[in-house]
Design a protein around this ligand. Structure first.
Ligand SMILES: [Cu+2]
Length: 115
């Protein structure tokens, strides 16, 4: 039993060591682009106002019981309907400001500024 346990610990450490360099390489390759998260809970985008850098991505994740979308007022982006637990990740390349809303519940509003 003791030998099996120590072998398992060794394998875990090996997996961690392999993951860290891969992440470092990715960060350099994409110019430090960041993925931000907007959570949808209680019929609210959280955070409702978000400023990001050009090249960054935003993951909209629906943690609500109701279905929601994140849809730009000007149609520039649309996650489509996200059911509970579903998410959509969008990448923004040009500087712009995007007021957006939920197409199912139009009183839900947010804004995304790309600098
Ligand atoms: Cu909604």
């Amino acid at each position: 039993m003791r030998m099996i346990k120590s072998r398992r610990e060794f394998l875990t450490l090996t997996a961690c060591a392999a993951t860290i360099p891969a992440l470092a390489i990715k960060a350099r390759a994409d110019g430090h682009a960041t993925t931000h998260t907007v959570r949808i809970t209680n019929f609210t985008f959280e955070p409702a106002n978000l400023t990001i850098n050009a090249g960054d991505s935003v993951t909209f994740i629906n943690e609500d019981s109701a279905p929601h979308t994140a849809t730009a007022d000007n149609g520039a982006f649309d996650t489509g309907t996200l059911q509970r637990g579903q998410s959509a990740t969008l990448t923004f390349n040009g500087a712009a400001s995007f007021p957006y809303f939920c197409a199912i519940h139009p009183s839900m509003r947010g804004s995304l500024t790309v600098g």
